[in-house]
Design a protein around this ligand. Structure first.
Ligand code: GLN
Length: 313
């Protein structure tokens, strides 16, 4: 008899084999020079089920730069610090614009559309930083990720952080622009320093899938039963991931995959099948919206095979 775990194992293995063999893989981000060094042929997929079963295939234990996937964890921390007051500093509507767009900010008086576009994530980082030194805020973020993943080996890749710090002129512009509207409380270079460093956290697919478990299980770690956030907060973070997690590709991701998900330009996507699984996929090549090309295809196949779309009965 095949169990659900057996089925999941074989689906994950088949997807990894198919995705590894694909020739069209998108383009590795090179606007952060250090990210351009990553092998575009890498592919990893890890699914952690409600019962703790881990289905893994491909490059599951190679650390990669989580980049914008870290914004889910900073959003969670900031909500923990200031609660719903956060929504005075940042909206929760899809932007329909690229992740580093500046035009909307002028029309909306420096209030970013949502916490996942760069401007929004910088504003969220500023909330975490207030009342702390940059080093303390960063320590808090890394410790939170380690706690969620149950893995103390997670660290920041300093070369990636330095690389973005040297070349992140667009983010520097966004932050200064928000500062001019009084949306940032801290010195711009402090807020940006924390932002660049949390984007540069390196994690494996396995660590990332473990870290997402609380979002799949009403805010709790399903193995220990420990609560991270309330069920209501987990539901709402998932909602923002669904509507905004892939920037101007969020509609397409919902249409094809049907799960809350957050992408990063390092090639990672964390996706949540509520009640069922936390998923991490890594494929460094990106599509024209800056979302991982092969990773999205892998998730589309996975949700179809497992019947996990949140829109299916
Ligand atoms: N650190 C990257 C940036 O700010 C994150 C972008 C992303 O992953 N989409 O440009």
């Amino acid at each position: 008899m095949t169990t659900d775990a057996d089925k999941l194992d074989s689906v994950v293995a088949a997807i990894a084999a198919e995705m590894t063999a694909r020739s069209e893989r998108g383009t590795v981000a090179d606007y952060i020079p250090e990210l351009a060094r990553v092998d575009a042929n890498s592919f990893g997929l890890v699914v952690v089920g409600a019962d703790g079963h881990v289905a893994a295939a491909g490059d599951t234990d190679v650390p990669f730069s989580v980049q914008s996937v870290s914004k889910v964890f900073t959003l969670t921390l900031a909500l923990g610090l200031v609660g719903d007051r956060l929504w005075q500093r940042v909206g929760r509507e899809p932007s329909g614009s690229p992740f580093n767009s500046i035009v909307q900010l002028e029309r909306e008086r420096g209030i970013p559309r949502n916490p996942f576009i760069n401007a929004g994530a910088i504003a969220v980082t500023d909330v975490i930083l207030s009342g702390h030194k940059p080093r303390e805020a960063l320590g808090e973020i890394v410790r939170f990720m380690r706690f969620l993943a149950d893995d103390s080996s997670i660290v920041i890749d300093d070369a990636v952080a330095a690389s973005e710090q040297r070349t992140g002129f667009r983010n520097i512009a966004l932050a200064n622009y928000m500062k001019s509207f009084g949306v940032l409380e801290n010195p711009v270079n402090y807020t940006l320093g924390v932002y660049f460093h949390h984007c540069a956290i390196a994690m494996t697919c396995r660590q990332l899938a473990m870290a997402g478990r609380f979002l799949a299980h009403d805010g709790k770690n399903p193995t220990t039963g420990l609560s991270v956030v309330s069920p209501e907060r987990a539901r709402r973070i998932n909602a923002v991931m669904l509507t905004c997690g892939h920037y101007d590709g969020s509609g397409e991701f919902a249409y094809r995959v049907g799960l809350p998900g957050k992408s990063g330009v390092g090639g990672g996507i964390m996706a949540i099948a509520p009640g069922k699984a936390s998923i991490a996929v890594w494929s460094p090549g990106l599509d024209t919206q800056g979302n991982p090309l092969v990773g999205q295809i892998a998730l589309e196949i996975l949700t179809k095979c497992m019947g996990w779309s949140i829109f299916a009965a």
